[in-house]
Write a protein that binds this ligand. Structure first.
Ligand SMILES: Nc1ncnc2c1ncn2[C@@H]1O[C@H](COP(=O)(O)OP(=O)(O)OP(=O)(O)O)[C@@H](O)[C@H]1O
Ligand SMILES: [Mg+2]
Length: 247
């Protein structure tokens, strides 16, 4: 059998996105293979979160196409992309503060369930999966930062995605919670998920990512394995000093 690479699950083709005079993403292309974990890296303001917004359908790009699972979704609304199997978490977590952990996850589960009972059962499963079983009945506002990141992942998983975009899952989380979050992302991949992670922490990238793309000022500057990226002269110059500040 010839060794044929599978079709990418996600293909971003020549995306450009400006805010007024600021070009946040400049002719960016990337692909993500099924089952892969790709890390998006780059200094503050590089355009990483904007890239997620464009993939998730929050912003329409000025130019370019997004192909997901063989379908051109460039003009599909965010809820349609969610039904197609695309989910994301937010850099600034935004749970419903006055709902419990389980109720928050039910909101995601209702995307695929007609009945409340089914959605509740599903929500329990995802709350367990992310390790929040003992916090299921706590109001979201009572969670620690690390627990809020887990809740975000459960809410996203409850929509049953094929592709999950994680925006700085370890950002602002205390050091001792990081190994548990790494283990959780590995478990999600084990469930058959494909992931794109925005991540600053080189240790996390090394442990999780198959491949990394480094952006600066909206432009893709380097691509390779985490080890290759860490050796890249421009990446070292622009970033690795700063990355150590991020942890
Ligand atoms: N809604 C918006 N309106 C105007 N400018 C924006 C908006 N969102 C992002 N930008 C600008 O686009 C550029 C890219 O921002 P983006 O948030 O994508 O960066 P980032 O790589 O995620 O940075 P960080 O590491 O700080 O999260 C920045 O110059 C930012 O100020
Ligand atoms: Mg960001």
């Amino acid at each position: 059998m010839p060794n044929v690479a599978p079709d990418p699950l996600l293909k971003v083709e020549g995306i450009t996105m400006s805010f007024g005079g600021i070009v946040a993403i400049d002719d960016l292309s990337l692909t993500v293979a099924p089952g892969e974990i790709l890390s998006l890296m780059g200094p503050n303001g590089a355009g990483k979160t904007t890239t997620f917004h464009v993939i998730a359908g929050v912003h329409a790009p000025d130019a370019g196409r997004i192909i997901f699972d063989g379908q051109d979704i460039t003009r599909v609304k965010p809820d349609g992309r969610c039904r197609a199997g695309l989910a994301r978490t937010f850099q600034i977590t935004q749970p419903f503060q006055e709902l419990t952990v389980e109720e928050n996850v039910m909101v995601g589960a209702l995307a695929h369930n007609g009945s409340m009972a089914e959605a509740r059962k599903d929500a329990r499963r995802y709350v367990d999966m992310v390790g929040l079983a003992d916090r299921a009945d706590v109001l979201a506002k009572g969670l620690s930062t690390g627990q809020r990141k887990r809740l975000e992942m459960a809410r996203a998983m409850a929509t049953r995605p094929k592709l999950l975009l994680l925006d700085e899952v370890t950002g602002g989380v205390d050091q001792k919670s990081i190994p548990g979050l790494i283990e959780l992302v590995q478990r999600l991949r084990g469930e058959g998920l494909t992931l794109v992670i925005i991540e600053h922490n080189m240790r996390v990238i090394n442990e999780l990512a198959d491949r990394a793309i480094f952006m600066n000022r909206g432009v893709r500057m380097a691509e390779g394995t985490p080890a290759e990226i860490a050796r890249h002269p421009e990446v070292i110059e622009l970033y690795l000093g700063e990355a150590t500040e991020h942890g």
